[in-house]
Design a protein around this ligand. Sequence first.
Ligand SMILES: Nc1ncnc2c1ncn2[C@@H]1O[C@H](COP(=O)(O)OP(=O)(O)OP(=O)(O)O)[C@@H](O)[C@H]1O
Ligand SMILES: [Mg+2]
Length: 256
Amino acid sequence: MDDGLVKCLELVKSFGGVRAVEGVNLSLHAGVFSLLIGPNGSGKSTLINLIAGYYYPDSGKILMHGKDITRLKPHERFSIGLVRTFQTARLFTSLTVLDNLLLAAGTTEGENIRIAPFRRKWLVREMEMVEKAYQILELVGLEKLRDQPAGKLSGGQMKLLELGRVVMSGARVILMDEPTAGLNPVIAESVLSHIRRLVTELGLATLLVEHRLDLAMKYADKVFAMFNGRLIGEGSPEEVLTIPDVVESYLGERLA
Ligand SMILES: Nc1ncnc2c1ncn2[C@@H]1O[C@H](COP(=O)(O)OP(=O)(O)OP(=O)(O)O)[C@@H](O)[C@H]1O
Ligand SMILES: [Mg+2]
């Protein structure tokens, strides 16, 4: 049985009397671009924050590689490759795009300290990191801008560079809460299509919250639909959009 890279089991989280997340079961798999959809207040951000460790659940469990990580802090999850991005990532605006990537290298592994006395290993590792940085630059479409200061990039390019930094740091599971917020539809699509490439080429597991379904559905492999804290549907984009509860919860919001 394929249990997924990250598995949520019966997650529950309340704020006072509000049940923000109510018995959610969900798995994230390597190489799968997952979308999390649902009307305002349905619990999407709370779920992302539970998986990233910004909140602890009232009950339920989160597993990664089969190990219980429910009580790990966000930085401990980061160090094993589970990262929430776009709210926290910061660029060094006066440094080049390439340097921004190189500075993020390997920060999840703690290897730098261990191999510090071995110069040859350092050199090999540096070469590997430069190669990896070039690969990521290409995947996020910033290869031609590698010598530009990061502060000169457009909003969409900055988001892609932030994402590149997260990947460079060794992240394997990436959680994104509305990464295209504030971007016009053309740039938002460009960001989504580059995320799609990263997920496929590097075998990342992702969970991404997006309101503009028309933009996001064509890039996703899988969709999880939430309503009132519960998962009310899951499947391919085509499947989920035919589930009556999903259609109704969205129409309800649009008509409200
Ligand atoms: N820190 C908090 N304190 C109190 N209530 C909260 C908190 N965070 C979320 N809630 C409540 O939990 C419910 C789910 O909120 P959440 O932000 O997870 O929804 P969402 O699906 O991300 O909504 P949106 O689409 O507007 O971003 C809402 O009723 C919200 O008011
Ligand atoms: Mg939200």
